[in-house]
Write a protein that binds this ligand. Sequence first.
Ligand SMILES: [Zn+2]
Length: 318
Amino acid sequence: MLDEYQLEQPIIYKTILNAIKKDTITHAYLIELNGYSKGLDFALSMAKFLLCPHHYTNLKQCQDCHQCQTIDDGNFLEIKIIKPDGQWIKKEQLEELQQEFNRKAIVGNQKIYIIDGVDHLNTYSANSILKFLEEPVPGIIAILLVDNAYQVMKTILSRCQILSLKKEKNKEYDTLPTKQLLANFSFHNQEEIDNFLETADEKIEVMIDYITYFEKHGYQSIIYKNKSFLEVFKSDLFLVFQWFILYYKDVLNYILNRHLEFFEQEKDTIQEVASQNTVLSISKKIEILLTLSEKIKYNINSNMLMDKLIIELMEVKK
Ligand SMILES: [Zn+2]
């Protein structure tokens, strides 16, 4: 189901959902995988979603209608997947496809072909595809997969809507924004959640950069980091303080030889921070963060708060 990708691929998920809502599904999509490992699965879920007779009435799960089940079982005739036969996708493979599509759809009135690896088209097969794309037949949708759009001929590119998938991060890493953040914050609607998740990974990077810089350079953070940090987190201060706490908890885990719970992906920086701290210093830092994060609820001036944070953390003896 396409819904499975809501958190992992929020942008592309929203694009497809909107296209269905507004009835602006186009005849050809080029999906850039960017190293994402589940590209074909994604394309199939997308195809299923586009073809499901229930998607117009119910944008969420169709509760496995007969058609979606047939697709899952691989028995649905109106979806064709083409992969390179050896090194290339051959012209004959596309001729077969053409013949398939000349007959009328048996179920519903839509057909979808997925080409897994458009960078494997040779001159002949590329020309056949171009013909498909130049003279779109109503009811036939193409989903083309490739790792990077630059690997595709411009003439093909210009006839597709390009969608980009995000490379997946380590699973552990992904659970942090989804679970901790959603638990710590009250969002008003799905759109707010989507918007937040779109930027969560970058925000985590900024927050880790901030801690590691502080651990190395101490007071200089006030001059060199606080301003840019606040530009990112001004309205999410409470949240980022929770992240700080989780990060230091993992530093503590590391010192105590326990498994990292939240930032497995950050083992290197955690190891470094751990080498400059003790169980006692980390516990004190967590205490300071907890106390200060309470003050955020009372609309304390955020510049002052960040300065105070650095000053108090610096007073902790190593
Ligand atoms: Zn269905």
